[in-house]
Ligand binder design. Structure first.
Ligand code: ATP
Ligand code: MG
Length: 457
């Protein structure tokens, strides 16, 4: 309809050289962004420059997606994406450090100093899009108008276009209204949108948790019945989206939302296992809330560590019976680790380097039990020591039966040479950690001040 209207006004579908206004819908709601409380100064220099350069070359260029949404909410955006009517080859010509990424969905990465801006060309709505047998859209590189592009985005609050040069915000789907009301609403017919791209169901959980928004009823309704479609998504894509969810700073709330929506079961073996036992659930809750706290403190999180934590209850469940049956602990731990990783691999492409990290973190747990002789000092030199050690602290924090061991290692890590000599002479027993001799005049270590890690309630 709108395309027809534009066609009538301009006689044909707009083409790359046309005036930028040809590409934007005449009756989008138009706001002055600053009047909505959006701080234009918070738009990154790189995003601003990208828009300016494209506009100066005669193209339309807008900041879009999470950057705009988060600015309107007064939050600091993670990154900025730019949408334009310039096709990738034109974008490439304008920037010295730019390259095309992706095949199914091509975008241009534009680098300004250390900043990266993802520039995507407005996508057309394709009535005859190439899909797989389940309706999933396979190729998506047909260019369209901004209106098309907006209709193809996932949620109304993710489809706001900011022209940071003109201080203008274009809203095609009442995203501003939903944003003010705290509603997460999918654009178009929810079932159709999930069939086109089942990953959008995971995105519902991520954004509802991250934004603290209510999931609109029509957006929620089809999810439970359609969760199975996620099985046909390539495992690498699923892994990427799951990682976004786990590192969103709201991992715990996202996983709880997935559970509430019935998406945790049968979706990924990884999520199936999470709620399998009470102790496993407590461990994972602790891991996720620690991760969220790290992100809030702007610390890095390692995917290997996170995945090692999510799968640890399953590793334990596979390992303990082997040890009970008399197998040697280390080979049986490695065998349990491999069995758990194998079980994941057909649904979730855990990249090899992460899988290697995970194996090391798990096997270090057993090596921590040797607290005498030269072993502890040698372990300090292990390249993954820090991750393994943090993992041990997490286990103790979650109430696993390793409080004494964890306290011993904390003292060993933080202590000086003579503390370490004392500690090597007093390896931890089961149960309460042994009292340590304190020598006059020496600074108390942090672990002494805090005591052993407390099991979670
Ligand atoms: P974040 O701040 O977490 O990065 P975001 O909204 O920017 O949130 P991205 O995954 O970076 O999320 O995607 C950028 C934008 O691209 C989204 O806001 C949305 O408009 C669009 N988008 C991304 N993935 C999809 C999808 N699967 N279907 C439709 N639109 C999508
Ligand atoms: Mg983003």
């Amino acid at each position: 309809m709108i395309r027809k209207l534009i066609g009538r006004i301009f006689g044909r579908k707009p083409k790359p050289g046309d005036h930028p206004d040809t590409w934007v819908k005449r009756h989008a709601e138009v706001f002055r962004a600053s009047e909505l409380g959006l701080d234009l100064q918070a738009v990154s220099h790189a995003a601003m420059r990208t828009c300016e350069s494209l506009q100066q070359a005669g193209f339309a260029a807008y900041v879009v997606g999470g950057g705009v949404r988060d600015l309107l909410l007064g939050r600091r955006p993670k990154d900025f994406d730019v949408a334009t009517n310039a096709p990738p080859e034109e974008v490439l010509k304008l920037f010295r450090r730019a390259r095309v990424i992706g095949r199914r969905f091509q975008i241009v990465h534009v680098h300004h100093g250390r900043d990266l801006i993802e520039v995507s060309t407005f996508r057309a709505i394709q009535a005859d899009a190439q899909t797989d047998a389940h309706g999933r859209v396979l190729a998506d590189n047909v260019w369209g108008t901004q209106e098309d592009d907006a209709a193809r985005r996932d949620f109304t609050v993710n489809a706001l276009y900011l022209d940071p040069v003109r201080d203008q915000l274009l809203d095609y789907h009442h995203g501003v209204r939903d944003l003010k009301a705290g509603i997460l609403r999918i654009i178009g017919d929810a079932a159709t949108r999930y069939r086109e791209d089942p990953v959008r169901m995971l995105r519902v959980a991520r954004f509802a948790a991250k934004l603290g928004f209510r999931i609109e009823d029509g957006t929620r309704a089809p999810i439970t019945g359609m969760a199975d479609l996620l099985r046909h998504v390539p495992s690498a894509r699923l892994f990427d989206e799951l990682l976004k969810l786990l590192t969103s700073g709201h991992a715990l709330a996202s996983i709880q939302t997935l559970r509430a929506e019935g998406l945790h079961h049968g979706l990924l073996p990884l999520l199936d296992g999470i709620f399998a036992s009470e102790s496993g659930e407590r461990f994972i809750q602790q891991a996720l809330s620690n991760t969220d706290a790290r992100i809030a403190a702007e610390k890095s999180v390692s995917p290997g560590f996170l995945l090692a934590a999510l799968l640890w209850p399953q590793v334990l469940a596979a390992w303990q019976p082997r040890v009970a049956a008399g197998e040697h602990p280390m080979p049986s731990l490695l065998a349990a680790a491999d069995a758990v990783l194998d079980q994941q691999s057909d649904r979730l492409a855990v990249q090899k380097r992460f899988a290697a990290d995970m194996r090391e973190i798990w096997s270090l747990q057993l090596r921590f039990e040797r607290c005498t002789g030269g072993a502890p000092l040698r372990l300090l030199e292990h390249p993954r020591f820090r991750a393994g050690y943090d993992f041990l602290l997490l286990r103790a924090q979650a109430g696993e039966d390793c409080a004494a061991l964890s306290a011993w290692w904390q003292s060993f890590v933080e202590g000086g040479d003579s503390d370490r000599t004392d500690l090597l002479a007093q390896p931890p027993g089961k149960g309460a950690p042994r009292a340590r001799k304190r020598r006059g005049g020496r600074r108390r270590s942090r672990s002494e001040a805090q005591g052993p890690p407390q099991p979670s309630a």
